[in-house]
Design a protein. Structure first.
Length: 430
């Protein structure tokens, strides 16, 4: 059986791929200038002729706050919506934990492209026609459940559409149908692993595709997922506003492959918003090349990554994010001159077998400045381990370059979630 779902696209030479991107970018820019007053206003005074892909860098970025304000001012979906209402087929809001949800709609062609890209990613994990998939992503308004469901059917998989939560139902169907693969958030995957262990149930799973939040890119978290669920854990990346899914690992696990025939990827400095050299860490800025209904041009994701355009050992040629998504720019904690992300804390916490999978970073701020940072971790068993807090604090100091306070909680004290886990909690001091 062939190693690629769409070999004619996934192995294009860089020259062919970039020529396709340039053609689609020009068509998209012309269409949006014609159809969208939002973009006409935003691009006023700009030279819209794009001779090279690099020319896009002179266009302004679009932020989530900007989209939220636009949709509130011009309901229901703002003026950047570029398809007639008669062409709308589905609505999905963003899944963030705060603020007015930013909505997106799909046309039928959007649904087909989303399905095609997601199927490509699932195939890259090793799923093949006839396999059984347990879909633990949320259905309903959240985008991941349906996009995976559509793609699984396109691939010829047998889908168990349980969705997020419903732990007992997941366990029941694992025993009844013995699915080969699971799709879920890393948090829910770890929670399922705990439930399997508590009930003494053997996992039938061989493949896990985990996304919707950070985690799988972290070696310690990936190791825990693989150990507790008995599978090979793959990273899955997407955003409600952009995707929902447009990047995933291959079986070589050498970075997240982006679907560059549908998305143009840039990496910029978070302060200057200027492009950074290939291989350096910056914020991902993404552009829809084929989206019809709610297309975004230079969307500032806030997600940090380091990319390469070198051909992967799997033979795919599309750009890769090495090490996956490295964190979020707005989750950066600056404390006593040191800078760190939740992923660095996660790597340390989940390297301790005495601790559970859950943790939280509490930041006490005064006038926007962090005055105290507490790492809250949870014991795996209801028994004190002498010296554990001190050892954890020492390891955190080595990893972060600064010494946070440490608080250990009893098992079950920290909230479990099937959705996005909130790791950084900021408190303002009066």
């Amino acid at each position: 059986m062939q190693p690629y779902w769409e070999p004619h696209v996934e192995t294009l030479s860089r020259k062919e791929l970039e020529a396709l991107q340039l053609e689609r970018l020009r068509q998209q820019l012309a269409r949006l200038y014609r159809e969208s007053s939002f973009y006409r206003e935003k691009w006023a005074g700009l030279d819209l002729e794009v001779r090279h892909l690099e020319d896009l860098a002179r266009f302004p970025v679009v932020t989530k706050a900007e989209l939220r304000a636009e949709q509130q001012a011009f309901p229901p979906l703002g003026r950047y919506t570029a398809a007639e209402e008669s062409a709308w087929r589905e609505y999905h809001p963003s899944s963030g934990t705060t603020g007015y949800p930013v909505g997106t709609v799909w046309t039928q062609r959007d649904v087909e492209n989303i399905t095609r890209v997601t199927a490509r990613i699932l195939y890259g994990y090793g799923l093949r026609p006839g396999d059984t998939l347990l879909n633990g992503f949320s259905y309903g308004l959240w985008v991941a459940g349906l996009s995976v469901h559509y793609a699984a059917k396109e691939l010829g998989l047998f889908v168990l559409p349980v969705g997020a939560g419903y732990t007992e139902r997941h366990l029941e169907l694992m025993g009844r149908f013995r699915p080969k693969a699971l799709t879920a958030t890393p948090s829910f995957g770890l929670y399922l692993g705990e439930a399997l262990r508590e009930k003494g149930v053997e996992s039938p799973l061989q493949i896990g595709a985990f996304g919707g939040e950070a985690g799988t890119e972290n070696p310690a978290t990936r190791a825990r997922l693989q150990e507790t669920l008995g599978l090979k854990a793959y990273d899955f990346y997407g955003l409600a506003e952009m995707g929902p899914t447009f990047a995933g690992e291959c079986e070589a696990q050498a970075g997240l492959h982006f679907a560059e025939d549908h998305y143009l990827v840039e990496v910029v400095d978070p302060e200057t918003r200027e492009p950074v050299p290939e291989g350096e860490v910056g914020v991902l800025v993404l552009t829809h090349l084929t989206r019809e209904a709610t297309p975004l041009v230079r969307y500032y994701t806030g997600d940090l990554a380091r990319v390469t355009r070198e051909r992967c050992i799997c033979g795919r040629t599309h750009l890769r994010a090495l090490g996956g998504i490295l964190g979020r720019a707005d989750d950066l904690v600056v404390y006593r001159g040191a800078k760190f992300y939740p992923s660095q804390v996660e790597e340390v916490v989940r390297s301790f077998p005495e601790l559970s999978n859950e943790y939280r970073i509490e930041v006490m701020e005064e006038n926007g400045v962090a005055r105290e940072v507490v790492v809250v971790a949870e014991l795996g068993q209801p028994a004190e381990v002498p010296g554990l807090a001190d050892t954890l604090q020492k390891r955190l100091k080595e990893a972060l370059g600064v010494t946070p306070k440490v608080r250990l909680e009893q098992p079950g004290a920290l909230e479990r979630t099937a959705f996005k886990a909130k790791r950084v909690v900021r408190h303002a001091r009066a």
